[in-house]
Design a protein around this ligand. Structure first.
Ligand code: ATP
Ligand code: ZN
Length: 294
């Protein structure tokens, strides 16, 4: 039986759909059905281990799985709270599930900054990260550890403030709270242990990582095509965001206009198109790039 690379992925929740979508963009074919813990990828020797996100760092650390997709916040928390530490590090940043671990208190209340936390109680599901933040900043406060529904703590007088994940801030607002400080920025990350993979697994890993890099690189990249006055070529090339030397071709029946094509590795905004047009560019097309491999 051939060895299979095992990847731990959140079964259900805020990280799950984007993780599955990334794997599908990498060409992995699989179906997620209710119940099962292990899902086989049909076209590559990879198995997906479907679990709760909090367990992923430990699975990677102990070798139950080779790789894991997890929120950086969960990884850092597990690194800080697991006795003896864990053997799981960030291998790639994935750019989705961006959120912040923030301190928040009642809007219009007495707690306006972190120094006001001295002598108070703070509710959180991230005691490790919070404890470190308080120690680093010499703040003496009591941590009230909860398993969920942290945003309700101030209204039921369990704590005066909270330390919780925030993306838009709508949940905080709905509970009469406002964030006053961010203690950790987070995004989804691919984690791996420092152990050496077997040669077979290493090959599968190399193939997967090339594809992940290709998907991440192409997600912000655009292919841009335009016609430009020959005299404005230099000015126009300078505006193209993150583009190497563009391809320049002559246009049939025109001496002073050329066709320009380039891969822009950064996002192309409307403002960029307006600048290009101001330099004399015409017939500007911006196309998405599906895959890239250097
Ligand atoms: P599980 O049942 O797997 O333990 P959970 O309830 O702990 O799930 P989710 O709410 O699904 O976790 O969040 C998973 C991860 O998604 C978080 O650890 C964080 O990295 C990220 N995340 C959390 N909240 C947001 C948000 N509002 N926007 C974007 N990403 C978020
Ligand atoms: Zn969780």
């Amino acid at each position: 039986m051939t060895e299979r690379l095992r990847i731990a992925v959140q079964k259900k929740g805020r990280l799950a759909d984007d993780s599955f979508a990334l794997l599908k963009k990498c060409g992995l074919r699989f179906a997620i059905r209710g119940g099962g813990l292990l899902t086989r990828v049909k076209n590559l020797p990879i198995d997906l281990l479907l679990v709760r996100d909090d367990d992923i760092p430990a699975f990677v650390s102990t070798g139950a799985s080779d790789l894991g997709f997890v929120g950086e916040n969960v990884l850092v928390e597990e690194q800080l709270t697991t006795e003896g530490g864990i053997d799981a590090q960030i291998d790639r940043r994935l750019g989705f599930s961006r959120c912040k671990l923030s301190l928040a208190a009642e809007s219009g209340g007495d707690i306006l900054s972190s120094t006001d936390l001295n002598g108070t109680k703070i509710a959180t599901t991230y005691p490790g990260v919070l404890r470190k933040y308080l120690a680093d900043n010499k703040i003496k406060a009591t941590i009230v550890e909860m398993k969920g529904a942290v945003e309700l703590a101030p209204s039921i007088n369990i704590a005066q403030s909270i330390c919780d994940l925030v993306s838009s801030g709508a949940t905080l607002e709905a509970n009469g709270l406002a964030a006053f400080e961010t203690i950790l920025q987070s995004e989804a990350v691919l984690i791996k242990s420092a152990r050496t993979l077997s040669p077979v697994k290493q090959d599968i890993y190399d193939k997967l990582i090339r594809r992940i890099d290709g998907v991440t690189a192409s997600s912000d990249s655009k292919y841009i095509m335009l016609n430009a006055p020959r005299a404005a070529l230099e000015a126009i090339s300078a505006i193209l965001p993150g583009a190497d030397a563009p391809t320049v071709m002559s246009l049939a029946g025109s001496d002073d206009m050329v066709a320009v094509q380039a891969v822009c590795t950064e996002n192309v905004f409307w403002e960029t198109l307006e600048q290009l047009k101001a330099e004399g560019a015409r017939a500007i097309l911006v196309l998405p790039i599906e895959k890239m491999m250097a």
